[in-house]
Design a protein around this ligand. Sequence first.
Ligand SMILES: [Zn+2]
Length: 205
Amino acid sequence: MVTASILLDWPQGGLAHPRLSAEYLAVLTDRPPRKNALLTKFVESDQLTGLELPGDDRLRLSALSIESAMKDGTRAAVQHACAEFLIVATEFYGVPTPDVRALASRPLRVREGGWASELFGDYSPTTGLIRIWTRTAVRKQVTSFGTFLSTLCHEFCHHLDCQRFGFRQSPHTRGFYERTAALYHHARGTPIKPFGCESRENVGA
Ligand SMILES: [Zn+2]
């Protein structure tokens, strides 16, 4: 059973990307590419399961600021808190700081077969812009903090792939999800939950 929702989060590439469920319980990975050059990077990304993390609570404090802004602040305040989080993170990882836009809600996309899916965020490697939605498309409800932070970490890990690891395609590999989970749980101060990976080839979608 597949519990992860499939979303598009890579607008420039035109590729359908799976996305981890907010709780990191299940993972859908991208199908390995056929071209050797791309496959080499895919395997490198898959095997890079660790991510260096700060030894202090700077990211945790930045995440708390985002949570506080989501409770009491405006969308501008949420965006500002996200920008601060990204400044702290990029200083640590030694990469350029991506721009971030916090937007209200994304129009619902209807996928083939009538499966509607929602997008929580995306990243453009061309412009270095992270967009993140503060409300869900279906019910217009405020995105939960956990989903919001995991989305921010997910998109930032695409940025790290492009700017630090040389993974220009930034595929959704097992390693990618493990790096994303490491960053998310570090920033949230929660233990990493065990999760399984399932290749999209096995999904039949
Ligand atoms: Zn992604």
